[in-house]
Write a protein that binds this ligand. Structure first.
Ligand code: URA
Length: 252
């Protein structure tokens, strides 16, 4: 390869690596475990199309990024072992509902019931979410799309760790990209912080409209929190009424 081409390739690699590291830093990861380093050898030729439209070696060219629909995305994720959560899971909990839903709910990650059944929000917190959708909003669960930030259950329902969120968030973002909802309801801190890239507490963000990639996003409290703090159900109901109002104005 000629010298200018070498320099161009090097510049692409550096810019790609910078984007990748910035993305990891945003979610709090400051080191790269050596077993996760990409296998770049001296003889590896970096072709232009490997870098993808945004020049991002780590994101744009992967089969998950290129999936054309939810089935393709699910099969590209495969028997995922991209983070340490895989070893404790029964099922990878991908998402459920209408692939063209106007309304999408995003939670944190599967709990015990979800892990056993392979479907999001089917345990006690899930029953509360189902009541919000069916009794509160007058919709069916099958009308909306439901997914989580992480697709595998964290042990003992602990919070997902930054490296786990970083591994899994491209799948959530791709799900949103494919479903193209008009409105996203982000349930709890992890969904809100992941989608808005914000560390502002959920108590300050909830109840106000935000935007994720141009899509209206309403942060609200997580149903599991409501099970422990039922007095705050009224706050969620206020948020959900705003969502219903917006949904009805979008359809007229
Ligand atoms: N909590 C979540 O955030 N997601 C689920 O799927 C279940 C409980």
């Amino acid at each position: 390869m000629s010298e200018p081409a070498d320099n161009q390739e090097l510049a692409c690699l550096i810019s790609s690596l910078r984007m990748h590291l910035q993305r990891r830093e945003r979610v709090g990861i400051r080191f790269v475990p050596s077993e996760n380093l990409p296998n770049v050898t001296k003889s590896m030729t970096i072709e232009r199309n490997v870098l993808g439209p945004e020049g991002d070696l780590f994101a744009e060219s992967s089969p998950t990024a290129q999936a054309q629909n939810l089935e393709e995305l699910r099969s590209a994720i495969g028997d995922c072992q991209r983070c340490k959560l895989w070893s404790g899971r029964t099922h990878l909990v991908f998402g459920v509902g209408n692939p063209r839903a106007k309304l999408m709910f995003v939670g944190e990650g599967p709990g015990r019931d979800e892990d056993l059944q392979g479907e999001p929000f089917v345990g006690r917190a899930g029953q509360l979410l189902t009541d919000i959708i069916t009794k509160g909003m007058g919709l069916k669960r099958a009308d909306v799309y439901i997914a989580n930030v992480v697709k595998c259950r964290p042990p003992e329902n602990r919070n997902p760790e930054p490296d786990e969120v970083a591994s899994c968030e491209p799948f959530l973002k791709k799900q949103i990209d494919l479903v193209k909802p008009q409105i996203i309801v982000a349930l709890g801190k992890f969904a809100v912080q992941t989608l808005l890239q914000s560390k502002v507490p959920i108590t300050r963000l909830r109840g106000q409209w935000h935007r994720y990639q141009g899509i209206k996003l309403m942060p609200t409290l997580h149903p599991a929190y409501l099970l422990r703090n039922p007095a705050d159900k009224k706050l969620v109901w206020e948020d959900i009424k705003k969502v219903m109002k917006e949904l009805s104005s979008e359809s007229t």
